[in-house]
Design a protein. Sequence first.
Length: 119
Amino acid sequence: MSLAAACLCGATRYILAEPIGDVVLCHCRQCRRANGGAFNVAVLAETANVRFEARDAVREFESSPGKYRAFCSRCGSPVYSRRDDLPGVLRLRGGLIDDLPPPRRLTEAYREDGWDWLA
Ligand SMILES: [Zn+2]
């Protein structure tokens, strides 16, 4: 089984092999800014399980040393992040994935940095 994913404009598309990895909801300030939302939905995936069908528009921004946040240069959708010290792992942006199934494990990070009025 696999899941389809696409950015807002469709210029970036990939297929993700199931089962999906852990999902992390990250409330840190960097993730909020990078995603324009209350938190980031990061789906952990081995790079080998992600098959890009279209990635020419993907650009990477080094948001801190050794950490790269990838986005679609046509529409601005966040696509994934990756770290030099975690090779072979992508943290996919969950909003791009069609019908994301419930993860085996869901965790939250930097909840104390998030909006305290958010339930
Ligand atoms: Zn796009």
